[in-house]
Design a protein around this ligand. Structure first.
Ligand code: 3SL
Length: 243
């Protein structure tokens, strides 16, 4: 039996090189967009509409006044929006049944790129095991798509890619001859025992620390806090409960 293809794309700038129109794409932005999406569904939101621009988000609300708008640029909440991109906001506010329209610097942009030709699901360390199990049940190739930072490589998304790749490779169903996949696995092996310390000198940890949000970073680095898997149906994310 031939093995399933498993690739890691380290940056949106490289996506066209990996796109094959058949793989399931797992979009990841550990700090913080896709962690926030996973926890938003865990706390009971009904739908989320990820959009690339602030203007698109505002347009949604002009026709749907009940929608809640979340927007972040360069780590900070965008003025005039209901809130920004903190996963912990959803723990502190009751959003059950709500539809959130969300735009972020890299995460929602990456979803916009991937959705053109691929089925898209949302990954984070918070739903790592759920997403691993669900993917193993699908007889499909997998492309893990790291959102990075403004087209640059980042460590935290690569750590997630390595963790997910390791789980998939352990099932013996996937071929990991992609060099980027192997590199991600090596980084995961090196960092997995203390992710916070491993990221100590990383660019986005420093960026977020300047905004005083170390507690969000700690939260996003927790593993297996939810079994919710956001999946894109058209332009809308809904929750797929794993297993
Ligand atoms: O780039 C993004 O999509 C965000 O997750 C960045 S931040 O963590 O909100 O700064």
């Amino acid at each position: 039996m031939s093995k399933r293809n498993l690739q890691v794309c380290m940056s949106p700038a490289l996506f066209d090189l990996y796109a094959d129109r058949k793989s399931i794409v797992v979009v990841v932005d550990v700090l913080r967009a896709t962690s926030t999406m996973c926890i938003a569904f865990e706390t009971g939101i009904e739908k989320m509409i990820p959009v690339s621009t602030v203007e698109e988000a505002l347009e949604y609300r002009s026709t749907n006044p009940d929608y809640v708008l979340a927007a972040e640029r360069n780590g900070a909440a965008v003025r005039g929006f209901d809130f920004g991109n903190s996963p912990q906001y959803y723990l502190d506010h009751d959003m059950s049944g709500k539809t959130i329209v969300m735009t972020t610097t890299n995460g929602t942009k990456s979803i916009g790129i991937a959705k053109k030709d691929h089925e898209v699901i949302i990954g984070s360390l918070l739903n790592l095991d759920a997403i691993s199990k669900w993917l193993i049940q699908q007889d499909r190739d997998v492309l893990i798509f790291c959102a990075g930072w403004k087209d640059k490589f980042n460590l935290e998304d690569t750590l997630f890619a390595g963790a997910l790749a390791q789980n998939l490779v352990d099932s013996n169903l996937y071929d990991n001859s992609c060099d980027a996949t192997q590199a991600a696995q090596v980084l995961w092996e090196k960092g997995k025992d203390d992710l916070f310390a491993f990221l100590d000198n990383s660019s986005h940890r420093k960026r977020l620390a300047k905004l005083n949000i170390d507690s969000d970073i700690n939260f996003c680095l927790k593993i297996n806090q939810t079994t919710k898997i956001p999946i894109l149906k058209g332009d809308i994310l809904v929750a797929l409960d794993a297993c």
